[in-house]
Write a protein that binds this ligand. Structure first.
Ligand code: SF4
Length: 125
């Protein structure tokens, strides 16, 4: 079970679990006023981060990537990281269930492995 805001559906604990403790703390702090009106409720923990968390993670990744000048990984680097993900228990249908990001062989923005500023939330790469 995780604590979810009944008003906005923000799963702060999932953000922490997804390796975003600072973002979770910031969100929790910015959400404090609302907590009086919308108390936290317990909901079953799902296997993958919610859409809110995945959107937050993707937005954060784009900001990091843009801030660093949009560096990308080569096809060879992507393949090497993908092998690690493919042997990881958290990869389900090319999506990392820890962060909710896509992990595949494509050289595109939607692929976490292609963005040089992204790292494994479990510190496997
Ligand atoms: S990014 Fe890390 S945790 Fe996620 S599937 Fe790849 S190796 Fe596993």
């Amino acid at each position: 079970m995780v604590n979810q805001c009944a008003g906005l559906g923000l799963l702060v604990e999932q953000m922490e679990a997804a390796g975003q403790p600072e973002a979770a703390a910031a969100l929790k702090a910015s959400h404090e006023k609302c907590l009086a009106d919308h108390p936290l409720v317990e909901v079953p923990k799902s296997e993958s981060p919610s859409l809110v968390i995945r959107t937050w993670n993707f937005g954060s990744a784009l900001i990091r990537w843009g801030g660093a000048g949009f560096p990308t990984r080569s096809k060879r680097e992507i393949s090497k990281l993908l092998k690690i993900c493919q042997s990881c228990e958290h990869l389900k249908e090319n999506v990392c269930t820890k962060c909710g990001c896509q992990c595949n062989e494509k050289e595109q923005v939607m692929n976490k492995l292609a963005l040089k500023t992204e790292h494994c939330p479990e510190k496997k790469w």
